[in-house]
Design a protein. Structure first.
Length: 549
């Protein structure tokens, strides 16, 4: 304990304000610090890691995965998550290299602006903000659905739950960024412990460790079917079922790029961002791949309670395959506990998306692509107007009071999936141009603090994979009988994204940035000059803590 107390004291001692650090790209519009203020580097290593981890682990792994299981079967579910995980790996490695080279607030739209085209920066900036606020709505609507799991809570109007959650997430975001970081650290810790507990429980159930239950093994991979038919029959039907899981997995991974957003407010970013990218990625991949495998082992894809819960839009954890499996095993107390944890998970994700959305607005304002009002920061380094503008969109969640929270959650899931895919494709394009700019401007990649492997082929792989998934993400809205509501939510991202790109392109007459002209140096000198204390673990307790955080 004494070692941890010493470590906490050291963390407090190395908090460094950015009052002397230029986080604003010189070539993209300098701002008046005295007039607008600035963000602070108040996020510690553990904050950065758990922000990325907590933001990416939302309702997808707990609730959304059930629909994919019933649609496609356990093998298709597992393969779908493996494939999307490989694309996430490619994207995260690319993003990590750029964010370590130049850790800026908001990051992603700034990278697209600097390395590709100002129009792409504008489009991806507003698209990422749109993604954040719509995902915020999705998570809040999920909380409303989760709360209604208990009969007593159904008597309370949904508007009350929406209002409470909005107030909480705004409260956590309007004070110092360190407060937000601590909240996410706690929320994410609960989620991680829960997922680990569920994976262990799944293993126990599968191996017959529950009294009165037989060993399951891979029984549900054989019966009813490891790869279910979807829309069509035979090989075509099984392939379409598998393809449907890719879209579901893409939604589940939404928010994994938050580590780059936090880079601009992170202590010692050249050390903490690479560590976060490596560790957070592998932890998330482990949770999702093992989670998709575990669900398919302990819950049959044709379970009547699961099918009915999804078809009827049953509230809360009733639609979770984890809870269905626990009920099948005869474990009485856990479902309500799991529901509480999922509520915490969704609330955490909502909190994280208020943060990221506000930083995207801040980055757009830095690029001169949003009103300067969003640059205004409090004395504690919080872009207050950006936070309030982002949080205000959550009022859309009040649609749940008329349409039903489970239905609205499905609408928001479709909207955010396509937006996430456009963001990930933009990151891949930005990296490909960044890679070319390094070569054209004589920067040896071996000198980088973090160098991602297999580049630029890895970035191209992520770009192609996400592009294919994006184009065909709504295939079932046409092939399975045209559904205009689902079709619009699946494809409305196309006119939004390309409309934004075209609007800025025509308005500002922007040009594609040549590799030799890409701005890879602005603001870098100030960051290079920063000196951070080197902390070395002094005993096994601190070694374990350094490994975790």
């Amino acid at each position: 304990m004494e070692s941890l107390r010493n470590l906490n004291r050291e963390e407090k001692e190395v908090q460094i304000s950015t009052s002397h650090i230029d986080n604003i790209p010189e070539k993209h519009g300098q701002i008046d610090i005295e007039k607008y203020g600035h963000v602070h580097r108040g996020l510690k290593s553990r904050h950065v890691q758990f922000i990325a981890l907590g933001g990416a682990i939302g309702t997808g792994l707990f609730l959304g995965i059930g629909r994919a299981l019933t649609t496609a079967g356990p093998l298709s579910l597992f393969l779908g998550y493996v494939i999307v995980s490989s694309g996430i790996f490619a994207m995260m490695m690319s993003l990590g290299e750029m964010a370590t080279w130049l850790p800026l607030p908001g990051a992603i739209p700034q990278f697209c602006d600097r390395y590709v085209d100002a129009a792409l920066g504008f489009a991806v900036g507003w698209n990422t903000w749109f993604t954040a606020v719509i995902t915020l709505c999705a998570e809040i609507s999920a909380v409303c659905s989760l709360v209604q799991y208990w009969e007593g809570a159904r008597d309370i109007n949904i508007s009350a739950w929406i209002s409470i959650l909005i107030v909480v997430v705004v409260f956590l975001n309007v004070f110092a960024v360190a407060i937000y970081g601590e909240a996410e650290f706690i929320f994410a810790s609960i989620k991680v412990l829960t997922i680990i507990g569920l994976l262990i429980l799944a293993l126990i159930i599968d191996l017959g460790g529950v009294p009165g239950q037989e060993r399951l093994g891979f029984h549900y991979w054989k019966h009813p079917d490891p790869m279910k038919n979807y829309i069509s029959t035979g090989s075509t039907g099984r392939f379409l079922g598998f393809w449907a899981t890719l879209v579901n997995a893409a939604f589940s991974f939404g928010g994994v790029e938050m580590v780059a957003v936090a880079a601009g407010e992170s202590e010692d970013p050249r050390r903490n961002i690479p560590k976060a990218v490596r560790r957070i990625f592998w932890r998330i991949i482990t949770f999702y791949i093992l989670g998709s495998l575990a669900v398919g082992l302990i819950c049959p894809s044709d379970d009547p309670n699961l099918l009915k819960a999804i078809a009827d839009g049953a509230p809360g954890a009733a639609r979770s395959p984890w809870v269905i499996a626990i009920n099948r095993a005869g474990i009485k107390a856990l479902p309500s506990i799991i529901n509480v944890v999922i509520i915490t998970s969704a609330s955490s994700a909502a909190n994280a998306f208020v943060y990221t959305g506000s930083r995207y607005l801040y980055a757009l304002a830095q690029n001169g692509q949003a009103p300067k009002l969003f640059l205004k920061c409090t004395g504690r380094g919080v872009p207050l107007y950006a936070v309030m503008a982002t949080a205000s969109v959550s009022l859309l969640t009040f649609m749940s009071t008329s349409s039903g929270s489970s239905i609205v959650f499905q609408w928001f899931q479709n909207l955010t999936t396509i937006s996430n895919l456009f963001t990930w494709m933009s990151i891949s394009v930005a990296y490909i141009r960044f890679y070319a700019a390094l070569a054209a401007q004589g920067v040896d990649r071996s000198t980088l603090h973090f160098r991602s492997p297999l580049q630029p082929y890895l970035a191209w792989y992520g770009l192609v994979l996400f592009a294919v998934v994006t184009v065909f993400n709504g295939f079932d809205t046409i092939a399975g009988g045209f559904n205009w509501q689902s079709f619009i939510t699946c494809y409305i991202g196309f006119p939004i994204f390309f409309g934004l790109f075209t609007f800025w392109k025509l308005l500002k007459r922007t040009k594609w940035r040549k590799a030799v002209e890409a701005d890879i140096q602005s603001s870098k000198a100030a960051l290079d000059a920063m000196e951070w204390p080197v902390r070395e673990p002094r005993n096994w307790v601190e070694k374990l803590w350094f490994w975790i955080a």
